[in-house]
Design a binder for this molecule. Structure first.
Ligand code: HAM
Length: 424
């Protein structure tokens, strides 16, 4: 027997049924919002990440040299792939471009609650507009399917921030700061203790006093303190960022998703390509500690990939923490199979059983029948194990009289129906 690799998972049918329900709910909302489905390669040139995404994700690449001596990697996320696809066909696509896709990704991560080495994401992104309504649209989309899944604003919190506000505040200090390194430190701040966090800010160039002051400034959680923060930073970039973030939050309110969102400058995101609004969604009760989704605006990436300047905003919804959150909130889909009919064969009734099976399937029902010549009792036991709602008993004696027997598996009640009347 072989073992699975650490951080890789199998999904057996019951588990997969629950997972499918969740993914379908997310994708249905994407379609309703007018996002169109795409698909893309799992293996990509490694430079797509080593050039632009930041050192954290580069450390986690499943990268290797292929037989043609190309440096390739299993994709750790979609965003650079999406940027590559847009840059390649930009002229042909009418804007705004709204895409979604669900697929696996690979990161050599520390395996822990909600973090695996192979995991799935649905990404939803809008390309070709920097209007705050586009940022709001992707946030509202997330709120929409979270609520379709049975979660409300007491269960989840979408924390919204802006990279330029963080950058402007960092640049307002006397010390020379490596803004990217400091932003990566902010991204880690929830997962490490204060001393370690201040050490990372110090490594990025802030003095310890400045690190403490920065930490205090980021505690701002209402729109009024945002304006004060812009004044503290004292630059046009900071003021523009504050008005952009405010416009996005207003547009989110207009789309009815405001109650899901909180302003949280401590949200920074770990990837380097973000340029504006960034957001992450967490369990409001704090029991599931890792983010369930994350995204933001990345207006420069497509140009950096050789395309025309094209603003972009979107997010990745993972499926490792989301089921934990649904479980915590008591709204997880059941891990069970469902079957509409089991066609039970007794005696030499194969052709009749095959015919009724075919007709029921043609009507769109989920139907199973005997494939291994089992006894009546064994077939009934199997029908029960797959949660068949109705068992159609096709017996020699019944057939001779032109009937089937239908057994309701919940009540155990049986009725005889003429072959000519079933299925209706
Ligand atoms: P990310 O924050 O790295 O962003 O991932 C987004 C989501 O994917 C996370 O919130 C989490 O649900 C899930 N995820 C990430 N890593 C793992 C893992 N090791 N195991 C299980 N789930 C995981 C991005 O990937 C960006 N490219 C998203 C984006 C799209 N930004 C703009 N458009």
């Amino acid at each position: 027997m072989y073992d699975r690799l650490k951080g890789f998972r199998d999904f057996y049918p019951e588990e997969m049924a629950a997972r499918r329900e969740i993914v379908d709910t997310v994708e249905d909302a994407c379609r309703r919002y007018g996002f169109r489905e795409t698909a893309s390669p799992f293996l990509e040139p490694a430079e797509m990440w080593t050039d632009k995404s930041g050192e954290d994700i580069v450390d986690e690449l499943y990268a290797f040299e292929d037989k043609g001596e190309r440096h390739v990697t299993l994709a750790p996320e979609l965003t650079p792939t999406a940027a590559r696809m847009i840059a390649a066909k930009q002229q042909e696509l009418s804007k705004p471009i709204k895409w979604f896709s669900t697929r696996p990704f690979w990161r050599y991560e520390q395996v822990q609650q909600g973090r695996f080495r192979e995991f799935y994401q649905t990404n939803a992104d809008i390309f070709g507009t920097d209007d705050p309504r586009a940022d709001a649209e992707v946030i509202a989309l997330a709120a929409e399917y979270l609520s379709d899944l049975g979660l409300d604003a007491d269960d989840v919190e979408i924390r919204v921030s802006h990279r330029d506000i963080l950058g402007a505040v960092l640049r307002s200090f006397d010390s020379e700061v490596d803004v990217r390194a400091a932003i990566r430190a902010v991204d880690k701040s929830e997962k490490i203790d204060r001393t370690e966090y201040h050490d990372l800010l110090h490594d990025a160039g802030l003095s310890y006093d400045e690190a403490a002051e920065f930490d205090d400034l980021l505690a701002a959680t209402d729109r009024d303190s945002l304006s004060e923060l812009a004044d503290t930073a004292g630059t046009d970039t900071a003021r523009d960022a504050v008005s952009n973030l405010t416009a996005v939050l207003d547009a989110v309110d207009d789309l009815g998703a405001g109650e899901f969102c909180t302003l949280s400058l401590e949200t920074a995101r770990g990837l380097d390509y973000y340029t504006g609004v960034v957001f992450e969604c967490f369990d409001a009760a704090g029991e599931v500690s890792r983010a369930v989704l994350g995204g933001g605006r990345y207006d420069d990436l497509i140009e950096e990939f050789g395309g025309q300047p094209t603003p972009a905003v979107g997010f990745g919804q993972g499926y490792a923490t989301l089921p934990l959150l649904l479980e915590r909130a008591g709204v997880a889909p059941e891990e069970s199979l469902s079957t509409d009919y089991y066609v039970l064969q007794v005696g030499d009734t194969e052709p009749a059983a095959a015919s009724v099976t075919r007709e029921l399937r043609a009507q769109g029902h989920v139907v199973e029948t005997d494939l291994s010549g089992r006894s009546f009792g064994a077939q009934l036991g199997y029908a029960d194990s797959i949660n068949a709602e109705t068992v159609v008993i096709v017996g020699e004696n019944d057939l001779a009289e032109g009937n089937y027997t239908l057994r309701d598996m919940e009540t155990g009640e049986q009725e005889t129906v003429p072959v000519s009347e079933f299925p209706a």
